[in-house]
Design a protein around this ligand. Structure first.
Ligand code: 0L1
Ligand code: MG
Length: 269
């Protein structure tokens, strides 16, 4: 059972204060100390309550919710971050960047890229017992994506509660390649290779994501349920990095090559 189902402990004014602190750090591209350093007893439910307030702040300023992501779904990512439970975040239209575009790094802190299988839903899904099979039958199509994550915490180090409050490090995302029906593919065995400046820096297979990326989406739906939310029809959903996340800097050219799904390219400036 996910720890997202526990009860929150923070007072409303602390939740709001933390959401505003994270929102400012995201807007200004500056780091903040771990929230759990100030209130060590905070739990995962507090993290999600802060994330919900952050979502309301973001949408209140005119951004549109386009979907969700789940992260920390592969062993490589868990080991890299020393956090062993998946976490979800929301995605808004202002985080999207076109394929082959130039992505500015000056407004981020320490960006990293991840190759992910993305799902677009044709039907809504509700927890609490959502399964991989239900995800597959509710999916319209899948497509390749690169997520650009950027932790707002110093030295890119965090605990689960703090990273959830920081919207699970969501920053930018790029999709492209070739959209395919999930039924035409074996989503467990898709290979991926990521090149930075022409050099292959990581490779992996989609089974790295909880055994099957649709399993990760089912897990996301069940966490959404614990937050009183559901996955709406039309949502764009990213299932988690297949390999460890790779740091990028101005001048880097990134190409993520996905078996069966084509490639997604971008440059950082
Ligand atoms: O998308 C992700 O895998 C983000 C998960 C959270 C943490 C991170 O690595 O920044
Ligand atoms: Mg990710």
């Amino acid at each position: 059972k996910s720890t997202a189902a526990v009860s929150r402990t923070l007072a409303d004014q602390d939740l709001l204060r933390f959401a505003e602190r994270v929102s400012n750090a995201q807007d200004n591209g500056h780091t903040i100390p771990l929230l759990s350093e100030e209130i060590p007893g905070m739990n995962v439910a507090d993290g999600y309550a802060i994330q919900t307030l952050l979502r309301h702040i973001t949408i209140g300023r005119g951004a549109r919710l386009v979907g969700w992501k789940i992260g920390l779904t592969s062993r490589a990512k868990m080991v890299q971050m020393n956090v062993f439970e998946p976490a979800i975040g929301f995605l808004t239209d202002d985080m999207a960047r076109p394929e082959n575009s130039s992505i500015t790094v000056a407004d981020m802190i320490h960006p990293r890229v991840e190759c992910e299988i993305a799902f677009v839903m044709k039907h809504a899904l509700h927890g609490p017992n959502c399964t991989k099979e239900q995800v597959l039958s509710a999916t319209d199509f899948v497509l390749p994506a690169v997520e650009v994550i950027d932790s707002r915490f110093e030295a890119y180090r965090f605990d689960l509660c703090s990273v959830i409050a920081d919207n699970s490090s969501s920053a930018r995302f790029v999709t492209g390649g070739r959209a395919r029906y999930a039924t035409e593919l074996d989503l467990r065995t898709l290979g991926v290779a990521i090149e930075i400046n022409g050099e292959v820096v990581a490779t992996g297979a989609s089974a790295a994501v909880l055994g099957h990326p649709a399993e990760a989406i089912a897990h996301l739906v069940n966490i959404l349920h614990s937050q009183g939310e559901h996955l709406a029809a039309g949502s764009f959903v990213m299932s988690g990095g297949i390999t460890e996340a790779l740091p990028v800097k101005a001048g880097d050219q990134v190409v993520a090559r996905f078996q069966e799904l084509g490639s997604v390219a971008m440059r950082f400036i």
